[in-house]
Write a protein that binds this ligand. Structure first.
Ligand SMILES: [Fe+2]
Length: 486
């Protein structure tokens, strides 16, 4: 393995006992380019061609207050596969906030769990007074990687092959974009939303394959809401107004406390993708962090996602003092997300719901070639109880209800693991799940490929990474066809 290291970034972070600044959440500050990666087992298949991009959250400076793992600075890790070979590189996203803190030599903003008064500079996004870390999500659109922040931010573009920084996407509206813009590979469009504390509180937009904004509209809600994700079918974008959002009275005093609003239903806006009045549907109250696919069949629009049984869980009693709420909100075992299906009938205006699996599952993926159309297979992750860490995978066959699974060895944790179709794939599940692991037993990281047809067999190939990465939230696969600009 050949490694080239970049000059070190300026950091002021001190050792601490913070649960999310240690173990698999130990921030990484090193940036490298590595070629001729060492294969630990198996062989790199020749029918995987493209890049896996992983966004992680790496705190660089000593926090001003109570650090939350979603505060860390965005870092994109990339592995490129071509002709049975792999290379790796990682770079911090050079956001305006990252650069300002590099210049200052310390933190300028508090975090999600802090009062807004801690910030030394105005922040951005829905919450305000937060740094736009661009650390939540990453997609590939119009030939470039786009990293985004869950509280809405600017959206940063990087070259998906070199990770060269290209700055803020020019089309981003004044209210920013949320994490989870969606790319429709069939049309080359990127669909996005944003949310804010001022009316109109929610917007939907479309960017064309030429990277130009082609549509932007408000979607009316009765007040500020906290959507995290969206979905789309062939004709509709699906936005949501779920009854878990900031307490309105406290918000008037600029205090951000999330609570469940009893008596309110879940509401879904089916917005025509070309623009127009949304068609609203109601459903049972819940919160959904992540949706899967959506598609149209007869009079219905079908949406899959993870229905949280307990979106505002009781605090963790045994957590470090001050971390009781944070630890519970980061624990899937507390939130109890379940694979779930909503059917919106366009003729009758009614919603029917169906539980698809009673296990705790989240952070799912599917073959993106099937996005917006009928699909069969979902690949979810399983979570380490007590932690925001993934410890295995479940493949669900939505047609038969059957499922298979693979659990990682104790102390080994996965990244979000998108589906990479094989070159020349015929079947929907003809491909690999790609993941970066953090091994707490050895203090190392590796890339694994699982054959999506037989995930229960475990990795078919393991490739050593040059350093141990920090955990994070989202990742994406972009095949060679998607990497080429329109
Ligand atoms: Fe997310």
């Amino acid at each position: 393995m050949q490694i080239e290291r970049l000059p070190p970034v300026r950091t002021s972070l001190k050792p601490s006992n913070h649960p999310y600044l240690n173990g698999a959440w130990t921030p990484l500050h090193e940036e490298v380019t590595a070629t001729d990666l060492v294969v630990l087992s198996g062989t790199i298949p020749t029918d995987i061609d493209g890049v896996y991009l992983r966004n992680t959250e790496n705190q660089v400076h000593e926090p001003l207050g109570r650090f939350h793992p979603f505060d860390g600075d965005g870092m994109i890790h990339q592995i490129e596969f071509k002709d049975g070979k792999a290379s790796y590189r990682n770079r911090f996203v050079r956001t305006r906030g990252f650069e300002a803190e590099q210049e200052a030599g310390g933190s300028l903003w508090g975090g999600l769990a802090d009062p807004v008064q801690l910030a030394k500079r105005p922040g951005s996004g829905a919450h305000g007074f937060l740094k736009d870390s661009s650390s939540t999500d990453v997609v590939v659109h119009a030939g470039k990687a786009l990293s985004t922040f869950y509280q809405c931010g600017e959206g940063y573009r990087l070259d998906p092959l070199t990770l060269e920084q290209e700055g803020v996407a020019g089309w981003v509206p004044i209210d920013g974009i949320s994490a989870h813009p969606k790319v429709d590979e069939a049309t080359g469009e990127l669909l996005f939303f944003n949310y804010s504390k001022h009316a109109p509180y929610l917007h939907f937009g479309v960017v064309g394959p030429d990277n130009r904004l082609k549509h932007y509209q408000a979607v009316e809600t009765p007040g500020p809401r906290l959507p995290h994700d969206m979905a789309f079918s062939a004709n509709y974008a699906i936005l949501n107004d779920l009854p878990v959002f900031w307490d309105a009275e406290l918000l008037k005093r600029n205090i951000h406390v999330v609570r469940k609003h009893e008596g309110l239903k879940s509401r879904f806006a089916l917005v025509p993708r070309a623009g127009g009045e949304p068609i609203w549907f109601e459903a049972e109250p819940t919160y959904v962090l992540h949706w899967l696919n959506a598609y149209e069949e007869g009079d219905e629009v079908i949406l899959d996602g993870y229905f949280q049984e307990d979106p505002v869980p009781e605090p963790h009693k045994d957590a470090l003092p001050g971390f009781e709420h944070m630890m519970a909100f980061l624990d899937q075992a507390c939130l109890k997300p379940r694979l779930h299906r909503w059917r919106f009938n366009l003729k009758t205006g009614t919603t029917t719901e169906q539980r698809l699996d009673d296990r705790t599952l989240e952070f799912g993926t599917f073959n993106a070639k099937y996005a917006g159309r009928k699909y069969r297979y979902v690949y979810s992750t399983t979570a380490e109880p007590g932690w925001f860490l993934f410890n295995g995978f479940v493949k669900s066959d939505l047609e038969t209800g059957a499922s298979t699974s693979f659990t990682l060895p104790k102390g080994v944790f996965a990244s979000e693991s998108p589906f990479a179709p094989k070159v020349g794939a015929v079947d929907e599940d003809d491909g690999y799940l790609v993941s970066f692991l953090m091994d707490e037993n050895t203090g190392t990281s590796e890339c694994v490929l699982l054959d999506a047809k037989r995930i229960e067999d475990g990795p078919v190939c393991r490739i050593a990474l040059p350093h141990k990465i920090c955990s994070g939230t989202h990742a994406v696969w972009a095949g060679r066809d998607v990497l080429l600009p329109a």
